[in-house]
Design a protein around this ligand. Structure first.
Ligand code: NAP
Length: 489
């Protein structure tokens, strides 16, 4: 078992604390690695390294920066299977989904690399003669990145790759539950030719190391993905010093099942959306808003499929649902299962800690019905394999129920009626709406993010990917040779 130091200026260096923590497999509780915890001084060292490197990196032509990313994508492709197996061991998701996590990292690396020859500004007209107007994108500086554990490689890659191609340097803290895949990604980038100091890694709890990154005056912007609670705190701290901040937070994502839906397809979508990644996706389908006319038929089919799901070690091909990430997440899910029953919802299946014969953290796929919209299980993000069925009697009521949440990330509708589908597209308050497919399945060339409590207006990936990590400058080039006054001449 390896002990990891901190990665600063291209080298592994010892932390100045004596503290360490363990990275364990949530299915088997096998220890995978030990990591050193960074101190405030270590973080300052990492920030200095990123500051010192910024000039040379930001002056490197973007296509040359992109070349390193293209090379990194090739190495990731070669190592995909090995990385996916490590990801399952570290995070618990089933191996097919772990391969998807790595593939998403490869996809965003290639997409961001393509930006090296795009990163378009605009040219436009001027209200004055002999004057040329355009916009250019400039890197921000040192970016502090703080990531969660549920997509151990894809989420770090969504941030790192666009930030790099845009010319920024980075100090990054991965989630303490899943640091290894971030480490592997950085090793690949270094192998591909990234200069020392462009990316620096520090480890330790969010409550100390994460906070120190947020507060560090040398860090110009924070890019955070995680819970609403942490996100609110980070946004308010950054607001105090006018530090740029982008946050991608939680969801309470609905699937609407209308009375004209293909019910088997809708059941497929709910099984995948609610129990894929053991419900630990920001886009997980945690509410199913079903038309009263098809409620019984839909529920019967959903129950049969849910009860047939196999829990176990994600490396085994017969496993459908892996463990949850840690003991505190298991306790939280169990707590919500009790809250649901205390609130008067009807527990149809699941509701308990499961025992698939492994020492790790397993919870039964759980379905509540007769859930009313004011119940906590219908409003709060549980982040586990728990789904709440809510009954409605028409499209307008369904959309109203879908919008009755503090979050607004993903949403989905199953219907064969185009008018209903377009109503959902127009009226659901969410960053993403799927028609006849589940709430999960984002592709990297489309913008990803949400409204209301899900974020602060930024989008990751897609054409927005580099916007998160650049500043726009407006340029006025006056070649008239005389003083010209806009709005006055
Ligand atoms: P979290 O508890 O907020 O932690 C996320 C990251 O923030 C971890 O690295 C954590 O460090 C760190 N952190 C915790 N407190 C901090 C603080 N005060 N200051 C700075 N950093 C701090 O969230 P999580 O439980 O890991 O992740 C699950 C949440 O992420 C869910 O709400 C999910 O919906 C959301 N999520 C959103 C998206 C999206 O794109 N919208 C994608 C995936 C997940 P340690 O864990 O190491 O202590």
């Amino acid at each position: 078992m390896q002990e990891y130091q901190l990665f600063i200026h291209g080298e592994w260096v010892g932390s100045s604390t004596n503290d360490t923590f363990d990275d364990t497999n949530p299915a088997t509780l096998e220890k995978l690695a030990t990591l050193q915890v960074a101190s405030g001084d270590d973080i300052t060292r990492a920030v200095r390294s990123a500051q010192e490197t910024f000039t040379s990196w930001s002056e490197t032509p973007p296509p040359k920066r992109a070349h390193i990313l293209f090379k990194a994508a090739r190495i990731l492709e070669e190592r995909k299977e090995e990385l996916a197996r490590l990801l399952t061991r570290e995070m618990g998701k089933v191996i097919s989904e772990a391969r998807g996590d790595i593939q998403e990292a490869i996809d965003i690396t290639l997409y961001a690399a393509g930006e090296g020859r795009r990163m378009f500004g605009e040219t436009t007209t001027s209200e004055l003669k002999n004057k040329f107007c355009m916009t250019i994108l400039r890197p921000i500086g040192v970016i502090g990145m703080i990531t969660p554990w549920n997509f151990p490689m894809a989420i770090p890659a969504w941030k790192v790759m666009p930030a790099l191609v845009a010319g920024n340097t980075i100090v990054m803290k991965p989630a303490s539950d899943t640091p290894l895949l971030t480490i592997r990604m950085v090793e690949v980038l270094m192998e591909a030719g990234l200069p020392p100091g462009v990316i620096n890694l520090v480890f330790g709890p969010g409550s100390t190391v994460g906070r120190a990154i947020v507060h560090h005056p040398g860090i110009r912007a924070i890019s955070f993905t995680g819970s609403l609670e942490t996100g609110k705190w980070i946004v308010s701290e950054c607001g105090k010093v006018m530090k740029r901040v982008s946050v991608e937070l939680g969801g309470k994502n609905p699937i609407l099942v209308m009375d004209d839906a293909d019910l088997d397809l809708a059941v497929d979508g709910v099984i995948w959306g609610a129990f894929g990644t053991t419900g630990q996706r920001c886009t997980a389908a945690s509410r199913v808003i079903v038309h009263t006319k098809v409620k019984d038929a839909f529920t019967d089919r959903l129950l049969v499929r849910t009860r047939a799901l196999n829990l176990g070690d994600g490396l085994l091909p017969e496993t459908d649902v892996g463990p949850v990430i840690n003991q505190s997440q298991l306790d939280k899910i169990e707590h919500y299962a009790r809250i649901g029953q205390d609130e008067g919802a009807v527990l149809l299946t699941g509701g308990h800690v499961a025992d698939p014969g492994l020492p790790g953290y397993f919870f039964e796929p759980t379905i509540f019905t007769d859930v009313s919209q004011d119940m906590r299980i219908a409003r709060e993000e549980i982040f586990g394999p728990v789904v709440a069925l809510i009954t409605v009697s028409g499209i307008d009521e369904a959309i109203e129920a879908a919008n009755n949440t503090d979050y607004g990330l993903s949403s989905s509708i199953y219907t064969r009626d185009m008018t209903r589908a377009f109503r959902a597209i127009e009226k659901i308050d969410a960053g993403i709406t799927y028609i006849n497919s589940s709430t999960i399945g984002a592709e990297v060339h489309l913008p990803f993010g949400g409204v209301k409590g899900t974020g602060n207006g930024f989008r990751e990936a897609g054409t927005d990917a580099v916007k998160e990590f650049t500043e726009v400058k407006a340029v006025y080039f006056d070649y008239s040779g005389k003083l010209q006054k806009a709005q006055i001449d």
